[in-house]
Design a protein around this ligand. Sequence first.
Ligand code: GTP
Ligand code: MG
Length: 476
Amino acid sequence: MTTAPVFAVVGHPNKGKSSVVATLSQNDRIAIALEPGTTRDRQPYPLTVDGGVLYTLVDTPGFQRPRRVLQWLEAHSLDAADRPETVAAFVHQHRDDPRFHDECELLAPLLEGAGIIYVVDGSVPYSAEHEAEMTILRWTGRPSLALVNSIGDQDYGDSWQAALGQFFQVVRRFDAVRAPFDQHLSLLRAFGQLEPGWEQPLAEAVSHLSEQRRQRRREAAALTARALADMLSWAEQRTLTVNQAASQGSDDLARELRERWYQRQRQREQSLRLEVEHLYQHTRLNRQEAELSWHRDHDLFSERSRKLWGVSRSYLATAGFGAGAAGGVGIDALTLGHSFGAGALIGGLIGAAGSVLYGDRLAASALNISGWNQGLQTARFGPVQDSQFGYVILGRAVDHWWRVAHRNHAGREPLDLQPTDTHWLERLDRSHRSELQRAFEQCRKGRPMDREQHQRMVDAIEAAFAAYDHWRLNPT
Ligand SMILES: Nc1nc2c(ncn2[C@@H]2O[C@H](COP(=O)(O)OP(=O)(O)OP(=O)(O)O)[C@@H](O)[C@H]2O)c(=O)[nH]1
Ligand SMILES: [Mg+2]
């Protein structure tokens, strides 16, 4: 069994050290902030997959007094051979000296065998003040790699590369917030080149992480399938006594059940969001303002959002709504055979979001009241009769999944779920589309799916993820 490599992430204050650690250790709890001096003490963050540590990153505070440290080192070194010991002597001697707290914290893991990841900000020009830092790091004699992480918009990467190349074995550009997953893997391979003993553990880390990513996508599709089946087949019920039935009009009753039904759908969608976020180890995404709240103007249930989420009439036609759809027949006409039409459904749901369009008409028609049985009656609202609802929920879920799966753990901005204006779902192949349509129909009719059917639905959703991913990367 090989030991997992350890890397200390070091550099100037406020240049993205903690951001690099957060992204590469998939840990969104690490403190990242605009103010310098956010990280006060060194802290190891292991990346664990299936109970095994693949590598550990040590977050550290930034250099505070590199020139003073270098002066001390130069004054206490006899020749190049004793430089690592001189650095160790410095740390030993200044461990309790508050002036050099930060330097001792960042050098200690290097003395214990960690490799160096030196982080600079490529959006500000190179300056000689970094030379003292780089010289101190070189004196430790540890394997080293420099990362040019750009915080702002300017690009001084080339001048940085030239300077860094003289001090570090490998120099890479890496944007901690935006770098796609492939670049994480390529960076890990570069770490493996720093020391012979690290090549194998980091090659294993790359293969574990690739496999984990495939599994997560599969699991996210399964979670989405479960939520869809649940939401599409959901009905609210209430049992009424004779007195209750007499005192409450059916409009009133429908309104009550409808409110509960909306509430339940919202909660179920929210719980799917959390499940997917936790799957990808995002534990504190800010969804309050920018993302999953119910904006009135692109509400889940509005006609506009149906269009935005990519469910076009031609898609509905191919998915099983009949030839009339392609000819431009209105949505209501397409679904005439159902117990309530898409127009009424959408209108009613808009009603829930604040407008009163169609509200009561829908409420009355969606309510189903049983006959009397031993002095009791059952009122039932749902399940939703239009499979279009499924496409809206699916569209939102796929978009959320994509943003979470592609989000680095250094990201601290709110997750902003902007609706798209392209019918990306049409890129899904015909057989998976039909599979989805079949699954939605089955849920609508309240028929439970067997294992195989459920599995086919998961496959179709995974294919929808892939289609969306492809569309995002090749939008035209
Ligand atoms: N746009 C962008 N911003 C980044 C990136 N990396 C860091 N930042 C921002 O830069 C600021 C500092 O990031 P940190 O990761 O806390 O920096 P640090 O080097 O750990 O800072 P100290 O612990 O204070 O030394 C934060 O506001 C980050 O959001 C990046 O790759 N892109
Ligand atoms: Mg920090």
